[in-house]
Design a protein around this ligand. Structure first.
Ligand SMILES: Nc1ncnc2c1ncn2[C@@H]1O[C@H](COP(=O)(O)OP(=O)(O)OP(=O)(O)O)[C@@H](O)[C@H]1O
Ligand SMILES: [Mg+2]
Length: 250
């Protein structure tokens, strides 16, 4: 399907401001004289309160797109808006503030701070938030609660090097939830989990979604994608198609 024929899905929630909108998003990496255009001009809208999946082959730009949507990196050209705020209009400190208060991000490769324990990694996310509890004792209690939520209560004092890949992934999920964000961006959040832990994490995600949060998940799991309200398929740095699997179910 060509880019121009892709319609924004016509759901009731689209009537309100999208949680995230990208307009003609381009990302080019430069290394010496070599230029790689990783995103070729992606325009999409993530409806507020929706559960969306991003799928596509390895190396085609899914993580790059997620990083731009999460304000972790700046676009070469084009725009990302979060709840109507264009990120290009924000200073670095305003962007950090918006990220801390509105967004939770689960990185594909965890990005935990290696000198901090699991519980300290979760607490660290609350440092820059205006909405998180201020008192250290309350922050510690919340961090413990979140680790319990992802089934890791007994590993609170372990450092990342003492945790398996799946356990580190769960710490990074707990960290993403620390500030009770409106929008959760998760880059293959269950990629390193066994099927039982995966199911636990997915059950939590669906519960969180049921409270009205917007969730965007990059996944290779077709069962999970089939449960999404919208699937965005990225190929060669372009939006290949946007489908609504639920809408096609009888
Ligand atoms: N910092 C960078 N500098 C140069 N090229 C990069 C950089 N980061 C990513 N790329 C390139 O951009 C392309 C897209 O990478 P990206 O990580 O977005 O893919 P992906 O779809 O998430 O893949 P996967 O499913 O394997 O995680 C790849 O060809 C990658 O080599
Ligand atoms: Mg990736």
């Amino acid at each position: 399907m060509s880019k121009s024929t892709i319609q924004t899905p016509d759901t009731a929630s689209v009537q309100t401001q999208p949680a995230i909108r990208t307009q003609d998003l381009v990302k080019t990496y430069r290394s010496g004289k070599l230029e790689t255009k990783v995103l070729q001009g992606i325009s999409l809208a993530i409806p507020a309160g929706s559960f969306s999946c991003i799928i596509g082959p390895s190396g085609h730009g899914k993580s790059t797109l997620m990083h731009l949507m999460g304000g972790l990196d700046r676009a070469t050209t084009g725009e990302v808006s979060i709840a109507g705020t264009a990120l290009s209009t924000l200073s670095d400190s305003e962007l950090s503030e918006l990220r801390a208060d509105k967004l939770g991000f689960v990185f594909q490769f965890f990005n935990l701070l290696k000198n901090l324990t699991a519980v300290e990694n979760v607490e660290a996310a609350m440092m820059f938030s205006k909405t998180a509890p201020k008192a250290a004792k309350q922050q510690r209690a919340r961090a413990h609660e979140l680790l319990a939520l992802v089934g890791l209560a007994e590993k609170a004092d372990a450092k990342p090097s003492q945790l398996s890949g799946g356990q580190q992934q769960r710490v990074s999920i707990a960290r993403a939830l620390a500030n009770d964000p409106e929008i959760l961006l998760m880059d293959e959040p269950t990629g390193n989990l066994d099927s039982q832990s995966e199911q636990q994490v997915l059950d939590q995600l669906f519960k969180i979604h049921a409270t009205g949060k917007t969730i965007v998940v990059v996944t290779h799991n077709s069962d999970l994608a089939a449960q999404a309200e919208i699937i965005f398929e990225i190929k060669d740095g372009s939006l290949h198609q946007a489908v609504q699997p639920a809408a096609t179910k009888v």
